[in-house]
Each structure stands twice: as C-alpha cells, then as structure tokens.
Design a protein. Structure first.
Length: 1226
C-alpha cells in the first residue's frame, strides 16, 4: 500500500500529469476580492475622447498626436478604449517597465546620451521584436524562434538526399528515358521533388545572407566579424529597418507611452523625424485597389503636460487631446472607500481615517493595489483583534514608501528611526516634568521662608527703610516718573511696581534743619534696584511679592494641585501612544525623512502623528506563530500595544507569560483589565505593584470599567478579594462608584465583603455612602450576595432608608430597619407603617376609621402606631413635624389632645409646632394649656376664639406682639364682633382691662373704622386726651364720651376747633352749668350754630351772644341768621339789637326775609320797612306806597300779612284764592 501511494505521489508530481489534470479541471470562478491594475477599455462613457482621436486619425495633416495628462489620469485607459472601439491597427510602445534611466553604469558616460541610447534601443526592440518571426524576413535583427515542423523538415531533407542519390545512381537510365519520352511517373515525381526542395534551400540561403554585414574577412585565421552597431544613434542607424518594418506591417498608429518619464525632449524630435520619413517615402501601389489612397501613419504620445516648456508642445504636436484625471485628492476618498468595501474589508476601518488619508492618494492603480494587499495581509495575519485602521495605514505606507518599508525589516529606515525616538522623548519629557515639579516646590519653599504676611507689610519695609536711610528729609511722597504717590497710595502694588524702573529715586517732602521749611522735590541719587539690593539682598520685591501670593491658602492649594497633576502626567507618559508623545514635545520628523531621501513625507507625517503608525508596526507586517503564548494571549497583547481595551472575558491561556511580556506601565491603563489576568494577580500577589497600578487606574477611570466589573462579577473567582483590594488601596472606592451605572452592585459588594467599621470610618466621605444607601437600599440588598456582616453597616453608617415599601419584600432587612429606626421619617414611610406594615386587627381597623392618617396623622400614631414608631417619633419629634405632619396637606383634623401633647413636647421646635397647630382646623376657645409661644400666631391666624377675655390674656403677656395684635384688631370681622360687648371688668383682670383700654384709646396704628368700633367697648371715661393722638382719634373719644368736658379736656382742645365743638356738643349740659369756665370764641359759636345741635341749645347760645361777637366774625352773623330765620323757632327772648344786627348783615335776602317773618311783631316799623326795602320783589314793594304786591296764599304768608296790617305798615289784605294781595297806603 505504501509503495502504491509513493507511485501515485510520484505520478502526480510529473509535468504530464499536471498538464493533463489542468486540461480536464473545471474552471473555477475568480474571487471578487481583488482588483487588477491594468488599464480599462471602457474609460470614455460619453465618447468625447474617441471623437477627438477619430478626428486626429481621419485628418491626413495630423500625424503626431499628444494625449496629455498627469500620472494616473487614465491616458492608457482612453487609448485602450479607443483601440477596442475602432478598426485601426495599433502598435503599442511602452517604456514603463524599464529602470530609472538616470542611473548611469559608468561615471564617464554622458547622462543624456546614455538615456537616449537606452530609450532608442527600447523603442526599436519593441517595434521589431513585437512582430512575428516570419513577418520581417529581410530584417537584420533576428530573434530566437522555435523551429516548427522540425521532424517533417528532417524527413523531407533525408528524402531529398535519397532522391539525389537515386537520380545520381540511375542517371543513365533516366537520360535514356528522357530522350525517349518514356520516363515513368515515380521518376518524374522524384525529379520534381528534388528540384523544388533545392529551390527552397536556395531561398533560405538568400534570406539569411541578406542580413549579414561583413566588416572584416580573415582568410588566415578563418574568422568573419559581422558589422556592429554603435550606441550613439540607434534609430538613425536602423532607419531602414524601421521603414521596412512599417512597410511589411500595415499599422495605422503607434502609441508611445511613458516617454515623458525620461525627461528628454530629443527622443520626441527623432520620433517626429521618423514619422515624417515614413509618411513621405514613395508608396508602392497595392496590388488590389490601386486607386485607394493610403492612410498616413500616426504617432500617439501619452505624456504629461510639462514635457515641453511654454508653447513648444503646441508647435511640436499636430493635435493634443487632454485627459481629465478620473481621480484627485478631492474624490479619492470615495474610490478608496469603494475599493475597501468591494473587497469586503471595510469593517473596522474608520471612515474618518479613509477620508483623511485619501487626501494623500491620487492614483487609482495605487489605491487598487492598497486594497489588494490589505485584503491579503488581513487574511494572512489572521487576527480579529487587529486595528484595521492601523493595518490599512501600514499597507498605505508600504505602497507609498516601498524602500523605507523594505528597510524597516532590517531595522533601518525613517519609520524605524522615528519609532526609536520614543525612549528619548520619554526621558526628555520626564526631565521636563520633574523640573516643573521642582520649580513649584521651590515656590512653596520660598513662600515658607517669606516673613511678610501680606503685600502691604512688604511695601512698608521699603518705605520704612527709605525714611530711616534718608533721615535728613521728612518724606511725604515718592515719585514714579511724573506721578507722585503718597505713603498711603504706595501701599497698592500696582503703584509700587511703577518705582522699579526708577534709576534716580526722587521724593517729595521737607528738608530738616533747613532755613526754608517748605515742601519740595529731592533727588536721592540712588536707583530703585540699588535700594532694593540693600533692603532684600539676593532677591527682589517681585520675587517676594510672588512668594507672598503663593503663601495664600488658595494659591497654595492651586500649586499643590498643579504638582499632583504633573505627577499624574509623569506616571502616564509611558502609557501614552507614540503620536501623543511626539505632539507633546512638538517633535518634527522632517530631518529624519530627509536623511532617508524621502522627498514628500506628508503622508508619513500624517500616519505617524495621528497614531496609525507607531512602535506596533511589526504586529501588522508579520504572521504570529503559537508557542509559549496562544493566539488569545497574543491578541490580548496586540490590543494593549494598540492602546485598545479588549473584551475582559477574553481567555488568557498563559497569564504568567502574558504578564512577563507586558511592561509594568501597561498595568496603569485600562487595557489590562482582564478577568483571567486579575484572577492570576489576586491568586498570587494581591498587593503587588502591578495590582496597585491597576487599582490606581480604577480610582481615576471607574465609570469606564463597567464592562470589566460586570464580567468579573459573573465569572471571576475572587470577587470578595477584588473588592477588598480595591477598597484597601483606594478608600474612595465607594464614593467614586456612586456616579457610575454599576453603583448599586459596587456598594452591595462593599457592604457584603468589608468590615462595617472600616466602611464608616474610611470610606464615607461627606456621608456620601450614607445618603446613597438610604436612597437605594432596596436595589442594593436585592443583589444575589451573601452579606457576611449582616446589616451592621447600616447602623455604622447612620443610614436612613428613603422608602420602606421598597424593602418590604426583604423581610429581615425590613424588620431590622424598623426596629433600629434606620429609616427616614417621611410621609410615605409613616403612612406605610400605619396602613400596610402589619396585619390589621379589628381594633386597628376601628382606629383607622376614626383617625385617618391622612387627616389626623399624629393622632393615628398615638392611637394605633407600633411601639417602635411611637418611640421613634417621640425621639425625633421635630423631624416628624418637618417631614411628615406639616407636609401632609390634608392633615388638618388632629384631636385637641394630640395637638396639646405635641405642642407641649419638651424637645419640640417652636416654629414647627406653630406651623403644625396653624395647619389644624380646630379653633381653641381659650389659651388654657397652650404654651405662650403659640399665642401670638394663634391669635393672628384666629385659631383661637377672638374674645375680649383672650385678648386681655394676650395683652397681659410680657413682650406681646403689639404689631400682630393691631393687625388682628384691624380686621373688620374682629372689631365688629368685639364692639358689641364691653371689655370685661373682673376683679382679677381690672388692671389688665385698664391697660388694654388705654392701649386701644392711645392707639395710632388701628384704622379709623376699627378705632371707632373698638372704642365703643371701652368701659372707662378719661379726664384728658392721650398725647400725640391724631385729631380724628380725639374727635372719636369726644364723640363717644370716653373723654368728657372738663377743664383739662377743654384746655387740651384749644388747638382744635372741631374737637372743642364736639366736646361742647356732647357735653352741652355741662357747658351750660359752667359757661363761664368754658369761654368760646365767635368761631366756635358759629360752628356750634351750624352744627346739628338741638334748637333749644342753639337758642341758648344766641341768647348769650353779643353784638360785639357778631361784629367780630362775619360767619357767625350768617349762622345766627340761619337760626333766627328758622320757621320752627319759638324762642323770642333774644336781644333786639342782636336781631336787628342780623337782619341788616345777613347776606342772603331769603334769610333776612325769614328773620323778618319771625320777629315782625317786635321790630319797629322803621326796621321793618328798611328790611323790606332791601328784599327782592314782591317784598320790596311793601316798603313803597300805592303798591299791591301778591304773595302765595300760605299760612306763614297770611300770618306775616296780618302782622304787617296790624302794625299799619300795609292798608289791607285781600284773599284772591291761591294768592293774597297786600295793599300799601296811598
């Protein structure tokens, strides 16, 4: 069997078997992941290029055509498209495959000449050797060709030799046969064959001899040397060959590509000459269609635009077709992305990177090749943990800088040298940071040595030294330029620092021991710097100013914070990627790239400075082989080297080898947070420096490590050890975890695995843990953990659970919290304890019905609350009031007993008790059992019955709130109700009644309306008015007879006519009894006459009124006239002179008429006639003779007429119905 397998293997390795297998093998489909780099033949969608080239082909005058465009613009694709869509024969000559013509073989060769020779030879070779071997039979240029039909030719040659031998042997017989014409057909065939084959041999010999050029013939040595071709002008030397080539091969056009790469215009000149020679040579008429005119041969040149200077190209070429590039920096992004997507490699490559790096790519073939190589590398390296953006960057670098990429494999090149700068940069950066830290520490040290407490003290040292040094002057101020600063002004630093530039200090003051004692300016012939050196040797005021500022607590904290930040920056330097280090020190790569002959380093600079190329390049250009580390281990290290965080659940097969491979600073980044790696660390060395670096990272980036903790808590082996290690090295672990999404899980493990005393003493900064656990206890203790320490941490931390109902499902926790009072006294918690916490009993239900916790909460607690709840509320009565009782809006129906119990609690806060009692609907009837601190608010809010008894008690309290009492008494409902009763005068409250009455009587704050009503309840009368009381209040007191008329009150009313008038009106009888004691002015009497006094009292005033008083006050006459003219006036015991005076001095005629009516019987006839003459018609006619005036027929007028008639002032009276007529004497 083994022998058979060996034979089969040997057969399979033979060429025959491989060819046979390939012939019968079914053709496999090509992969679509790759892109060919060849030109395409569909590059002219709109046919514009084809139309232009067709124009050039069909125009006989156009022979040299330039197809111009930059490299990669698609010139070859346009030509291929034209070739495909036309019937012309093309000859393509391309020089792209040749080496750099500028690289000389010998130093003594002429560069231009060598280039020309190389290019001409290449053109000639591609033209002549591109034709078939039999196409140019007379060409001197021969190439190796494979002989065809060699066996047949050998047989024919042998047959020809045999035929010659037979003919020679039988020539006699053949001659006879020819002469007798009896030659047999076999011999005829033999002779014909011999002659024809001989003719073929002669033809071959002639063709071979045509291309032989003999330069030297030596018969002696038997050697022949053929003619050589000098290298100076190949095309000219072989012009005949070129002409012969085109005569034998009927090409319509020749396409020359990449001639511009050599930068030698001489080649174009020679090709133009050749084109002219070929097209101008004598043309042989074709055998067929002799009248047809031949097509001129066209030369197409695919070149760049800059091959000729200025306008030379337009003169050289007959027609120019510009090719617009299909790609440039602006649209290369889409093409690169399309290629990456088409190859299925786009996943994991940043779109931003593609967009940015495409700006440096402007060649379609280069982009396609980058995509091909990227695909190959990605598949061959074979790790899904690769950073595909970095892999693409490495491939772009390989294609853009192939020489540098090659050198990279040998530890050389620009990239290698730049990467090697990492150590140097780290060293420089560390030294720089250390220097900055040392400088900051020196600032602190210098500030500690500074003796001055503030800047003012520092400046005072200067001023004191200045005055003590120049004692011959009384210094008032000092000059800073033209500005003068006094001793007070110079204490401001902005003013003081203006002296620093003074080279000759000047002061303003007085010179002592001088005859002239006036102020003037003195120059001290001393610079400020010299004086400064004397005062503070070795330092300056600026430095000391800085030290004083740094000495301040705020600035000291800022400096220490800067030092800590610099330390953190120093420790993180080694973990920073290369590009960040380069940017940190502003490293320039230009010098390195120039030394490695990289002319355009912009792309390399971009790839390095954006982190796509760094020291991890070897991971992307080589294939990993498993050995001491597995593929998983290598992927993990690869992610760390790439500064990426891998999946924390990634299986690490050899953690010890991985740790050995990693740098120590790698553990200070989040990239090493792996479950297996942490388990290995906790197993062996939980206090190792590596573990401390990991914990240090957690302390600064905890919110970013959620994925790791979730994974470790799920599959890690040492969850408790991890919690203990983190909390031990970082006491702020608990507080730091509060703002993370996994806060409850972190806190739960802290409570479960750590000593409660350590948690409360070391980890509860600013009570952060206490507050968080209080709010999230239900979620924390719902974690599926074994809480080894029970719930002791809650008590140690002083936790107050926010919502009891949330933990009601955790029975043990609920009971512990309820019994230990570890919950917040809140509405929800108290309500829950009263209504849901315990199994309701019949008594409980009845109490609940009577006392609704929503309306009488404290009453409900006292009635059916648990003993723990009652004790807790009693102990925390103020918290209960603030957070429960006063918060429930409907809690307004507490029982009076509950209210009294609460407000009399020894620890109750008075403000909370006031708020609570005012919230209730209950109105207390008296102040009995109510503490006095409540009285003010109870009265003000009318939560106590508003009675004179309660007001008396309130007013009797020492230091009662007078403002609030006035506010209450000013309310209309209050003063209306109080005014209905007098203030009680009980034996035990008589003094209080007096005090309250006087408070009301003397009150100036009460409104007028309230004052009047309340004064009605005053049970006393006063001899005098209160001082400083407004007149309106005095009038009220007089009007309500609270102050009666007496000598004191009368005297106090002197300044107020209204008050005196009121006193007389309200106490008229007293006035009558002592009229001599209360003299009234005419003005007052007039006001009394005008007042609503009874008529008899007014008559009393008039009886005691004199004409002199009337003469003194004109208004009094008018008021007296009004009384004397009243129709109901019955009194007649007035002084006649008083009546006569009023009758003549009252202004209104109607009032004079009324007076006349009342006193017509006692006045003299002359006074009557005089008065009538002063009245209007018809009364004036009564004073004249022969008049018959008429008056309205009224009782008053009839009495008046009868009186006149009786006094013989008129002659008669006649009743005419509605009027009466009065007849005067004739």
């Amino acid at each position: 069997m083994k022998l058979l397998k060996s034979v089969l293997a040997l057969l399979k390795s033979t060429l025959f078997f491989k060819m046979l297998a390939r012939r019968f093998q079914t053709e496999r489909s090509l992969r679509n992941d790759f892109f060919d780099l060849a030109p395409i033949d569909a590059a002219d969608q709109d046919g514009l290029y084809q139309a232009a080239l067709e124009f050039a082909m069909r125009n006989p005058t156009v022979r040299n055509v330039a197809i111009t465009g930059p490299y990669g613009s698609g010139k070859t694709s346009v030509i291929k498209t034209f070739e495909k869509n036309s019937s012309y024969r093309f000859l393509n000559v391309s020089l792209a495959t040749f080496s750099d013509p500028n690289a000389l073989n010998a130093q003594d060769q002429d560069p231009e000449k060598d280039v020309t020779v190389r290019v001409e030879r290449s053109i000639l070779q591609q033209m002549l050797y591109g034709a078939g071997a039999g196409t140019l039979p007379y060409s001197r240029f021969k190439r190796i060709s494979r002989p065809r039909w060699i066996e047949l030719n050998a047989i024919l040659f042998v047959g020809w030799a045999v035929a010659i031998s037979l003919l020679y042997k039988n020539h006699d017989e053949l001659l006879k046969a020819f002469s007798s014409s009896t030659l047999a057909w076999p011999w005829i065939f033999t002779v014909a064959y011999t002659l024809l084959y001989l003719a073929r041999l002669i033809s071959k010999a002639l063709r071979a001899s045509h291309s032989i050029s003999v330069k030297k013939l030596s018969l002696q040595s038997g050697s022949v040397e053929l003619d050589g071709i000098p290298e100076s002008s190949i095309l000219n030397k072989h012009l005949d060959e070129i002409i012969y080539f085109f005569e034998e091969n009927h090409y319509d056009l020749v396409v020359f590509e990449d001639l511009d790469r050599f930068g030698n215009p001489e080649i174009f000149i020679k090709l133009r000459e050749i084109n002219k020679i070929i097209n101008d040579r004598p043309q042989q008429s074709p055998l067929f269609f002799p009248s047809r005119k031949s097509q001129p041969l066209k030369f197409f040149y695919a070149i760049k635009d800059d091959i000729f200077f200025n306008k030379d190209r337009a003169k050289f070429f007959d027609f120019i077709v510009p090719i617009i590039p299909v790609i440039n920096n602006s649209n290369s992004r889409e093409i690169l992305k399309k290629c990456i997507h088409a190859a299925g490699n786009a996943e994991g490559v940043s779109d931003r990177f593609i967009g940015e790096v495409a700006l440096y790519l402007d060649d379609v073939r280069l982009i396609k090749n980058i995509s091909n190589e990227f695909f190959i590398y990605e598949k061959k390296i074979g790790s899904n943990k690769l950073n595909f953006s970095k892999l693409l960057a490495a491939i772009i670098y390989k294609n853009a800088y192939p020489k540098d990429f090659e050198n990279l494999h040998y530890g050389n090149g620009a990239l290698f040298e730049i990467v090697q700068q990492r150590t140097c940069i780290l060293t420089q950066s560390v030294k720089k940071i250390d220097s900055e830290i040392e400088s900051l520490r020196n600032l602190i040290a210098d500030s500690e040595e500074e003796n001055c407490k503030d800047i003012i003290e520092l400046i005072k040292i200067f001023w004191g030294h200045l005055c003590s040094t120049f004692t011959e002057f009384d210094i008032i101020s000092v000059y800073a330029g033209d500005t003068i600063f006094t001793a007070h002004q110079i204490l401001e630093w902005n003013n003081f620092e203006q002296l620093f530039k003074e080279t000759n200090l000047a002061i303003h003051g007085k010179a002592r021991n001088s005859y002239y004692n006036n102020e003037q300016k003195f120059h001290l012939s001393l610079s400020f710097r010299a004086l400064e050196e004397t005062i503070t040797p070795g330092t300056t005021f600026v430095e000391r100013h800085k030290n004083i500022i740094n000495k301040a607590v705020k600035n000291r904290i800022e400096i220490n914070l800067k030092i800590e930040n610099l330390k953190e920056q120093r420790s993180s330097l080694a973990r920073q990627p290369l590009y960040q280090l380069l940017n940190l020190v502003e490293f320039q790569i230009g010098n390195i790239t120039e030394s490695h002959q990289i002319i355009d380093s912009r792309l390399l600079n971009y790839l390095i400075r954006n982190g796509y190329l760094d020291e991890t390049y070897h991971l992307y250009i080589s294939i990993f082989h498993e050995g001491r580390m597995s593929r998983n281990d290598w992927d993990f290290i690869l992610a760390i080297r790439d500064f990426r965080t891998s999946d924390p659940t990634l299986m690490i097969d050899n953690p010890s080898e991985v740790i050995e491979e990693l740098r120590e600073e790698d553990f200070g980044s989040g990239t090493t947070l792996n479950v297996n790696l942490i388990d290995y660390q906790l197993d062996g060395a939980p206090d190792s420096p590596r573990m401390q670096l990991i914990i240090n990272y957690l302390s600064k980036h905890l919110p970013e490590t959620n994925q790791f903790f979730e994974a470790y808590w799920l599959i890690g082996k040492h969850s408790s050890l991890l919690t203990q290690a983190v909390a031990t090295h970082w006491p702020g672990y608990g507080v730091g975890s509060i703002d993370t999404p996994l806060a409850t899980q972190h806190i739960a493990r802290i409570i479960a695995h750590l000593d409660p005393s350590y948690i409360s003493s070391q980890m509860n900064a600013d009570l952060a843990l206490t507050n968080y656990i209080s709010a999230q206890a239900a979620v924390i203790f719902s974690e599926n953990l074994v809480f080894e320490q029970g719930f002791q941490a809650l008590g140690s931390l002083g936790v107050k659970i926010e919502q009891l109902k949330d933990i009601s499902g955790l029975i043990e926790l609920f009971e512990y919290v309820h019994q230990k009072d570890l919950y917040r006294l809140s509405v929800d918690n108290v309500r829950f304890l009263l209504t849901h916490a315990f199994a309701p009993t019949t008594e409980h239900k009845e109490s609940t019905t009577r006392f609704d916790p929503e309306k009488s909460n404290y009453t409900a607690i006292r009635t059916f609350g648990s003993a723990y709840l009652k004790a807790y509320v009693d102990r925390e009565i103020n918290n209960y009031l603030r957070d429960v009782a006063c918060v429930i809006e409907g809690n307004v129906q507490e029982s009076p007993q509950a209210i009294l119990s609460l407000v009399n609690h020894p620890k109750v806060d008075e403000s909370l008790a006031i708020q609570f009692i005012l919230q209730q609907d209950h109105i207390f009837s008296t102040f009995d059992d109510l503490p006095t601190y409540l009285w003010d608010d109870l009265l003000y809010d009318e939560h106590i019955a508003i009675t004179w008894v309660n007001i008396l008690r309130f007013h009797a309290v020492e230091g009662f709130n007078e403002y609030r009492l006035n506010e209450v008494l000013n309310r209309e409902n209050v003063f209306q109700a109080l005014s209905e009763k007098k203030i009680p005068q009980l034996s035990d409250t008589s003094e209080q009644t007096k005090n309250l009455s006087w408070f009301i009587v003397s009150n100036t704050v009460l409104s007028d309306k309230s004052y009047r009503h309340l004064c009605k309840s005053i049970p006393f009368n006063y001899m005098s008015f209160p001082n400083d009381l407004p007149e309106e209040r005095l009038l009220v007191l007089a009007d309500l007879l609270i102050v009666r008329l007496n000598e004191k009150s009368f005297a106090m009313s002197e300044a107020s006519t209204a008050l005196r008038k009121t006193l007389i009106i309200k106490n008229f009888e007293t006035y009558k009894g002592g009229i001599s004691q209360y003299p009234l002015s005419p003005e007052i009497k007039g006001l009394l006459l005008a007042s609503p006094l009874p008529l008899d009292q007014k008559c009393y005033l008039l009886i005691n009124l004199t004409v002199d008083e009337l003469n003194a006050d004109a208004s009094l006459v008018q008021y007296a006239g009004q009384v004397l003219g009243r129709e109901d006036l019955n009194e007649r015991a007035f002084d006649l002179s008083l009546i006569s005076y009023c009758l003549t001095h009252v202004k209104e005629k109607s009032k004079r008429k009324d007076i006349l009516y009342n006193f017509v019987d006692i006045l003299s006839a002359e006074e009557i006639l005089s008065a009538l003459s002063g009245l209007d018609y018809p009364y004036s006619d009564l004073s004249q003779r022969k008049k018959r005036p008429k008056l309205e027929n009224t009782e008053q007028n009839r009495r008046f007429a009868e009186s006149l008639n009786r006094r013989n002032i008129i002659s008669s009276i006649k009743d005419e119905g509605s009027v009466i007529r009065l007849n005067t004497y004739r």
